[in-house]
Design a protein. Structure first.
Length: 129
């Protein structure tokens, strides 16, 4: 269903992501709002990797609610508050994403609504039933 593109005429991705993902006509789309690293008990772990894991569990729950799975993700947009957080975020992301990996963007931002948040992740998924 999905076609993951890695054109040979451009540099290979820096990390585990696809340069582009083609979604066929007629596929259902699911847009998942940015998820923060806060648990259902309102606990916010200190580490970026733990916060990112919560973000990905929330995305997985949204996918399941829509009858989708991790392999249906076509794009991730992630935001971290410091360059020092990149490796920990990517470790959590790489444990979560399927193969082939989705298209992905990772940005460094100045902050979120609450200062204890260090990462936010949003997703776009597509599935042809």
């Amino acid at each position: 269903m999905l076609r993951h593109l890695l054109p040979a005429v451009i540099r290979r991705p820096f990390a585990r992501y696809s340069h582009a993902v083609e979604v066929p006509a007629g596929a259902r789309l699911l847009l998942v709002s940015g998820q923060l690293g806060i648990g259902v008990d309102d606990a916010i772990p200190e580490s970026v990797e733990a916060q990112a894991a919560i973000c990905f569990r929330a995305i997985a729950a949204c996918l399941a609610e829509a009858g989708m799975e991790v392999g249906d993700i076509v794009r991730l947009n992630a935001y971290v508050t410091d360059r020092a957080h990149l490796a920990d975020y990517m470790a959590a992301r790489d444990r979560f994403i399927a193969d082939p990996p989705p298209a992905s963007t990772l940005m460094i931002v100045s902050g979120f609504a609450r200062p204890e948040f260090k990462v936010e992740v949003e997703a776009l998924a597509a599935r042809r039933d």
